[in-house]
Ligand binder design. Structure first.
Ligand code: ZN
Length: 429
């Protein structure tokens, strides 16, 4: 028996079937020549889609899932559990299929499930200010409907852990500081908390423990901005952090961050201070995920901790993928080139995916995002899916349903068919 990817047009296999398939795949791999092994899919090709609480409210979960499965062969859905403030649909235009509203301004770092507050310490999730959003457990709504259809279910923590008002107020002592000691303020809406603060680590671990206990999530997707962008990796051009917790952590690793700060204030390019500061950020981010990953897996062994690579210059954000890789189970590569509407740009996407795959080896599961909004065309979307398959990705992720026209959704399925992803037929809707 070959390791057939999960059926797209029928319920997913049971866990027992899956284990049987995985066992058969392992046995087959043991006797296959290396070249064939390399081409053997290690797990079902994933087609994931994000969903927001307000679209579940407006369109209804069953209609949303009918559309995603029927038009785009989606086999994995996740709730954006905590979203940052952002106009929806993104950038411009109106929702193409929302029957209740034309646009929506997402609130600042509100939580759209019903958190078990006993699980949290000093920092607790904050619910929506709107009764029509805070009165329903949207993770429960989506999880139950998804499971009935055999879909994978996940939750995402997006860029901001807490809202700006609380970051500048009750959690000011946990907020990141730039080289001048000010709140880090790269983006007007974002005041990131520091990943070296024990209370911040405790909060993120509690958050994952909460959604594992309540919804048994298959994956937890992190889009958290740990350190905000410093253009060119320079501390005078953006993010931090030079807070007390960072200084304490640096000392524990034999580094005098106060001295580095003084040196870089005088000359932001001074070496070895600049290199030491950059490396401290890389290692801080990696250690954050190391403890997070261990804590999450202690609660659910087979959970997938997925990191959303939301930039093309990760080093400037304190993210060194080789340092992060051991502590992250899968990677979602956030490249939405399709939405620019320019076929000439697609080769750059191919090169980016190829480079990431080459740098991190064949075994790190990678999901390529596909822009299904703005100026994207069904043809470009189909091409994006085919590029993902060609470059050895393990799945694609729609970004995002709320801005996608139906022809765009069908472009996903057309791409899967063209790339001969097993089990996918042409659009049924
Ligand atoms: Zn700090």
């Amino acid at each position: 028996m070959s390791p057939t990817p999960a059926a797209f047009d029928s319920p997913a296999p049971s866990r027992r079937d899956f284990l049987k398939m995985a066992g058969a795949a392992a046995a087959a791999a043991a006797v296959l020549p290396r070249a064939v092994q390399a081409a053997t899919p290690r797990r079902p090709f994933e087609v994931s889609a994000s969903l927001y609480a307000w679209e579940l409210h407006d369109e209804g979960v069953e209609r949303v899932l009918d559309n995603l499965q029927g038009m785009a062969a989606v086999n994995s859905v996740y709730l954006i559990g905590v979203m940052h403030p952002e106009r929806r649909p993104f950038r411009e235009g109106n929702f193409p299929h929302n029957p209740a509203r034309q646009t929506w301004m997402a609130e600042d770092a509100r939580c759209y499930w019903q958190p078990d507050l006993k699980k949290y310490g000093r920092i607790k999730p904050r619910l929506s200010d709107n009764d029509w959003l805070n009165g329903t457990d949207w993770a429960r709504v989506l999880a139950d409907a998804a499971r009935k259809r055999g879909l994978k279910f996940g939750i995402e923590q997006s860029h901001a852990l807490v809202d700006k008002a609380r970051a500048e107020g009750e959690f000011a002592d946990l907020a990141q500081r730039n080289i001048h000691g000010e709140f880090t303020h790269v983006r007007d809406w974002l005041r990131p908390l520091c990943p070296n603060q024990p209370a911040v680590r405790e909060y993120v671990q509690a958050l994952a423990a909460d959604v594992i206990a309540s919804y048994d999530v298959d994956y937890f997707q992190s889009c958290m901005i740990l350190f905000d962008e410093s253009v060119g990796g320079r501390p005078d051009r953006g993010g931090g952090c030079f807070c007390e917790a960072c200084k304490r952590t640096a000392r524990e690793h034999g580094l005098d961050l106060g001295k580095i700060q003084t040196t870089l204030l005088a000359d932001p390019t001074a070496q070895p201070a600049l290199g030491e500061w950059q490396e401290f950020r890389y290692q801080s981010a990696a250690r954050f995920y190391q403890t997070f990953h261990a804590s999450v897996h202690a609660r659910k062994r087979d959970i997938d901790v997925r990191y959303n690579l939301h930039m093309t210059n990760p080093l400037d954000w304190g993210v060194k993928l080789t340092a992060m890789q051991p502590h992250v189970d899968s990677l979602r590569i956030m490249d939405y080139t399709e939405q620019e509407g320019d076929p000439a740009l697609m080769d750059k996407k191919r090169q980016w995916l190829n480079g990431l795959r080459k740098d991190s080896g064949r075994d790190w599961p990678m999901i390529s995002a596909i822009g299904v909004r703005l100026k994207a065309t069904p043809e470009l979307i189909s091409e994006g899916v085919q590029i993902a398959v060609e470059t050895g990705m393990d799945g694609v992720a729609l970004g995002h349903y709320d801005g996608a026209t139906f022809p765009m959704l069908r472009g996903i399925r057309a791409g899967l068919v063209a790339a001969k992803v097993p089990g996918v037929r042409l659009a049924s809707l």
